[in-house]
Each structure stands twice: as structure tokens, then as C-alpha cells.
Design a protein around this ligand. Sequence first.
Ligand code: CIR
Length: 253
Amino acid sequence: MLFKNSITRKPGENFAEGLTSVRNEKPDYKKIILQHDEYVRALRSLGVEVVVLDPLPDFPDSYFVEDTAVVFPEAAVITNPGAEARKGEEDGIELVLARFKDTRRILHPGTVDGGDVLQAERHFFIGISERTNEDGAIQLGNILQDHGYTWEKVSVGDGLHLKSGVNYLGNNTMLLTEAFDTPGIFSGYKRIILDKDEEYAGNTLLVNSHLLTPSGFPKTAEKLKNAGFKILEIDVSEVRKMDGGLTCMSLRF
Ligand code: CIR
């Protein structure tokens, strides 16, 4: 699927007040701004128009725009984010997406974070996690089904989001951690399994002709290149300190 448009949001000066499981590594504002700029440049270099929204001071995690919507050619589903501190981020995104798509909403008690929603061609995997519940998955699945997509639930286990551990690379190929390489779910795909010490690189993002992958994971970079993929390595060290990665920082359609 070719992406023409994307929505991003600049990290705010208070981004380090966002939710994170990473202790004792202080994130740096100047660095994250440079990293975000590089990310936006990479999207543009791949032919994608990028909307860059201003920070929302009340929501330090709001540059992780991926969690606020699920976008596909026919519509955009505005989520009800699973973390209390992030509820409300979706309202600003709805206004922007409504310029491009018909919008639908996930309603309470359903919760969905976009980071739990993995699209592989006409099929969606919806992760059940601390952020996405059964009710939310069913609401989203019903909307997807109305548009002719198929879907299934996947238990996320320990990770934050489904896409923290598995991503679709195109060409019928999944990049995934050993934990997701269980018989059944992804066995119909070619699979590239991440080394234990490089699992963070599972958050690799397919954009048109290239894969955006975090820098600093040489074994994963080699595996992707050997499998025939073109890669762009991007430094997201500060984003990682806030439990985020490359997929989280944009909505693409
Ligand atoms: C959070 O905990 O919600 C943020 N600090 C990180 C969100 C990352 N988003 C994503 O993986 N889609």
C-alpha cells in the first residue's frame, strides 16, 4: 500500500513527563526534536506529505499520534486510548483526519491504542493488551469487517503494544520477536525473527519503498538487507526512553 499522507505531532518541552517504563535514563528535549525532524524528513524523502501538528501541553505523550486512530483507505477510526492520561489526545486528531476521511469512533467501555493494530494487506491483527480491551477490539473489528477486511485478536503478553514486537514488512513478511513466533498466528508469513538483544528493532515501519528501522541494531539491519529490503536507519534513542518508536510517531494513509 502506498502512503501519500501522514500526520505527526512535534514532541513538547514536557515530553519527558509522558508514561514510561524506562527509569534512570533521562530523555533530552533537544535531541528528540532533532530525531523527530529526521523522522519527518525521512517520510518526505519517500514521497509522503507530512502534516506536523503543534505539541499539546496537556498531553506529553501526544506526539505518539499512532495510538489515536486507525486509518485505512475507506475511513479513519478514532480510538479511545487505553491509558487514562492519554484520553483526549484523539479529539485533535479527529479534526485533522476528518479533512481526509470519514471518521468513526471507538466508544467507552471499549479502548484501543493504534499501536495494537497491525495491518497486513487486507487483514488486521488486533492486540489485546493493557491498552486495548476485548470490547474495543470487537468495535474496531466490526468496522473493519464492514469495509471488507478480515481481522483476528492476538494476545500481546508482556509488551506495551502489539507493534512493539511484530510488524509487517510487505512481501508477505513479518518481523517479530521469538515470543510472537508461536505456531498458528503468523505461520502463514515469511518470518524474520529478532535477536533477543535487538527486540526493540521489531518496531520497524514500512513506508512505500523502504523500511524505517531504528539505528543501533546491526544484526536486524543485516537481516533486513539480506532479505532484500531497502532500509533507512533512524536514531530514536530519546523516543525509546518514552517507550515509543518509529511506528508510533505518525499516522500514514
Ligand atoms: C505510552 O506509554 O503511551 C507512550 N509513552 C508510548 C506510546 C508508544 N506508542 C506506540 O507504540 N504506538
